[in-house]
Design a protein around this ligand. Sequence first.
Ligand code: UT7
Length: 333
Amino acid sequence: MNRAAVVAGIGSCLPARSVSNAELTTRLDTTDEWIRSRTGISTRRYADQGSATSDLAVGAGAQALKSAGQTSVDVVVVATTTPDRPCPGTAPLVASQLGMTGVAAFDVAAVCTGFLYGLANAAGLIAAGTASSALVIGAETFSSILNPDDRATSVIFGDGAGAVVLRAGDPEEAGALGPCDLGSDGEGQDLITVRAGGSRQRLSGKAPEPGDEYFSMAGKEVFWRAVRRMTESCRAVLDATGTAIGEVDALVGHQANQRILASLADSLGLPRERCLGNLAEVGNTAAASIPLALDHAHANGELRAGQRVLLTAFGGGLTWGSTVLTWPVLSRA
Ligand code: UT7
């Protein structure tokens, strides 16, 4: 029998500081009306100076372990665009802080698709017998790379973390991850990027070109690529599992923009009300957005055991990915 990776626990963590649209209007040339109508976002959270991605990841990971009734796993995967440091990865620190020194731990860098790439990696390790359980965390301190003068990105992104525990199980049981569709297009690397600080544009002792140390995004160019790639990717996993779109009870898409999610639902032929998410309250939290949205929808009862759930994301790289599962019975930490 094939071993599947089965969702066994879930958790999330948000920093305390809430930043409303109104607060952003005090320092940026923008309005609450523009942000709500063009993105669907009302507020987002920012971590305080001195706290880092690992702090949020540990908070979400601890909740997910508790929800699964476990104190340890065989591998910890942290998907992030904003690691604590360029080197080493954040996952070993997170594993140690969760009391799991000695287990395998590594980061995944696929920007907003990072959590789905992380799930696919962990599911592969479980299927191969390398691991019997995994903690997959999406965590971001995006506020640390935002250009405070760039209204186009500052109004969108926020900080947070979400996590799931996976265990080895039966492909037919609730919670088993279906096949993952993953893809990329490096020709679009400049559309979502931090230009300076890597080996291409080195910072060794020099100041970067103004603004190049910050995250930048060509939003308009990304918008329709996001809709097209997520639509194709969703169709690939629906085809692979013989699932009709009418059988999908909930779509949890990367929380980037409410208009993107509406267009995605329309192009898939899915009623828009089946799109679940928390974009209005947390903004775009990149790699954290899908597990955060899942945890919140699970907590508020929108996501119920037995529902067929389609997950899809698109982000920098460019990257995209999707998977499908039947939501299991989970306890809350
Ligand atoms: O998470 C990873 C993947 N990312 C995405 O999927 C994001 C995809 N893109 C988007 O969500 C949208 O493109 C944005 C929300 C980033 C921008 O929305 P848009 O409807 O595409 O706006 P736009 O870039 O076409 O800009 C329209 C106007 C421009 O002014 P002009 O040239 O028409 O005079 C912008 O300068 O809105 C202006 N603008 C703003 N105005 C007020 C841009 N940002 C703002 C702002 N407040 N914050």
